[in-house]
Structures are given as C-alpha cells and as structure tokens.
Design a protein around this ligand. Structure first.
Ligand code: SF4
Length: 286
C-alpha cells in the first residue's frame, strides 16, 4: 500500500493521487481539487519545536475531542476514575462498526452480506436500530465495491505513532485512504472532528515526513433516510494551532489534577450529567 502510494504520488502528484481514490463520491474530490496547492504551513508534524510535548501527560485523540466543552468528562475519567457512556455514544459506535465492516472484511465480496447479517444479530439492539445499521452497511458496501474495482485498499483503524506530537503512543483514525485520514461521525459536532483530523494529519507528518493538508469527515445522519455528507477539511495553520492549544489545556488539566468546572453549555447526551448536575440521561451507563 505504501509503495503504491509513493509510486503514484511520484508519477502523478499528490492531488491527482487522491482523485483516483474511489472510496468517496467524485464531488468530494472535485472539491479537494478546487483548493489547489495551498499547503505552505508553518506548524508541521516534523517541526518538533512547534508540536513537541509540553507536559508529561499525553492525551488521546478522544480526550481532545470529548463532548464536554470544558473537558470535565476527561477529568472525571482520568483523574477520578469514573466511567460513562450515553446511548447516543453506543449508537455512534455501532454505526462506525457497520460502516467500516466491509472495508475491514477479509474474504469474498459475495460472503459479505451474510457475514454482516450474522454479526448484526450479535448486537443487543431493537429492530429499528438493526434496520438503520443494515442501511449504513449497505451504503458502505456500495463504496467498498467501487474501491475494490479500482484496486485501491483502505486501511481501517490503523495504528499511527503519535508520541512525537504529544499524544498517546498511537492514534487510530477510522480509516486511511492512502495517507488521507477519514473520520466517521454521527454527531453534528464537526468542529471536534476537525481537531481529530488535525491530530491524525500531524501524527502522519511526524511519522513519514510528508505533508498532509486534507482529511475527510463522513457525517452519517438519519432523518427518515440515511444521509452521508462528506466534509473536506483543509488542515491549515489555524486548525493546527487550535489543536495544540486544546492538547496543552487537556494535558495540563490531567497532569495537575485540575477540575475545569462545569461547562457553560452541556450537551444533553453527556453521560456525566448525573455527576455534575445529579440528572442521569436515559440510556446512560455510569
Ligand atoms: S455534564 Fe457538562 S460539565 Fe459535566 S462532564 Fe458533561 S458536559 Fe461536561
């Protein structure tokens, strides 16, 4: 895969390489092309004077992108040792699994639907949720079939070394298409997902010394029908600096066991409302 990537980049250039990848609709790549070659950024993953760790504690990507605006949920987990997962978090995790299933499957394409049907039966969910997950799987299967025809493989949840940029030992994007990080989400909090894409881009840059200027967010929503919206993220210097600010704020909070206090706008799905407000949202497990 790496050999194929560098060979095509050498022959056709980076942007042309991503245009031949068919995991995404053509319109996504047309949009990427419209950006042009803009990538003269100062904060690169190999610039350790900018991105090196500033604290002993190195947060994970999920610490940096947690749903709490003040990151108090990270404090409750990491300092006070509490655990919590809301029903929307569980649903999001299952949607991830359904979407990525075809791309991580090793076997014949014709076996995929029956294998996923069996896998789906192991989920403890109601029939409506099961139908939604099947619909997500079908949409992913269409994309997977296209990528297979073109002979382009997609790495699902690959481990990427990240300690050099002050994160946990490894980070795991949902997928890498070539070296383009892809994040799948059911949440409308796309700003947090942009930070995740930035974390992956910087980690890859630190790892291979090649600029990563773009990532893709795949936002899956359910409103009578299953919709997949693709957002191309231009990982520019302002995003890179914002990521470093959040990384350092979270690292300092954990290193010095500082309670950041209750956030101004708490999402109703936060599983720690029972701790912060004495109200537990239905379906949460603490
Ligand atoms: S209830 Fe609010 S302050 Fe507490 S962890 Fe959740 S989002 Fe953060």
């Amino acid at each position: 895969m790496c050999f194929l990537f560098f060979y095509v980049v050498k022959c056709f250039g980076y942007l042309n390489f991503i245009l031949v990848i068919r995991m995404f609709p053509r319109s996504v790549w047309d949009f990427v092309r419209s950006f042009g070659e803009r990538g003269f950024y100062e904060v690169r993953g190999w610039r350790f004077d900018f991105v090196g760790p500033r604290f002993r504690f190195r947060p994970s990507v999920s610490d940096i992108t947690s749903i709490c605006p003040s990151s108090r949920d990270v404090y409750l987990r990491k300092v006070r040792g509490l655990r919590g997962e809301s029903s929307s978090m569980v649903f999001g995790r299952l949607v991830h699994e359904a979407f990525l299933y075809p791309f991580s499957f090793r076997g014949s394409l014709s076996d995929l639907p029956s294998r996923f049907r069996g896998y789906l039966r192991s989920f403890r969910v109601d029939d409506g949720t099961r139908r939604l997950l099947w619909g997500v799987f079908e949409r992913a299967l269409e994309l997977y079939a296209t990528s297979r025809v073109d002979g382009i493989s997609v790495s699902v949840e690959p481990l990427i070394p990240a300690s050099a940029i002050g994160l946990s030992d490894y980070v795991r994007p949902d997928a890498l298409v070539g070296f383009i990080p892809v994040e799948i989400t059911t949440s409308g909090e796309l700003e947090k997902k942009e930070l995740a894409i930035t974390a992956y881009a910087l980690s890859i840059e630190a790892w291979i010394g090649h600029p990563i200027d773009y990532g893709v967010i795949s936002h899956i929503s359910f409103n009578g029908d299953i919709r997949i919206n693709w957002k191309v993220v231009n990982v520019d210097d302002s995003l890179r600096r914002k990521f470093l600010d959040v990384r350092d704020r979270v690292a300092r909070m954990i290193e010095y066991s500082e309670d950041p206090g209750i956030a101004a706008n708490c999402p109703s799905s936060c599983p720690f409302r029972g701790i912060c407000y004495g109200v537990t949202p239905s379906g949460s497990r603490i």
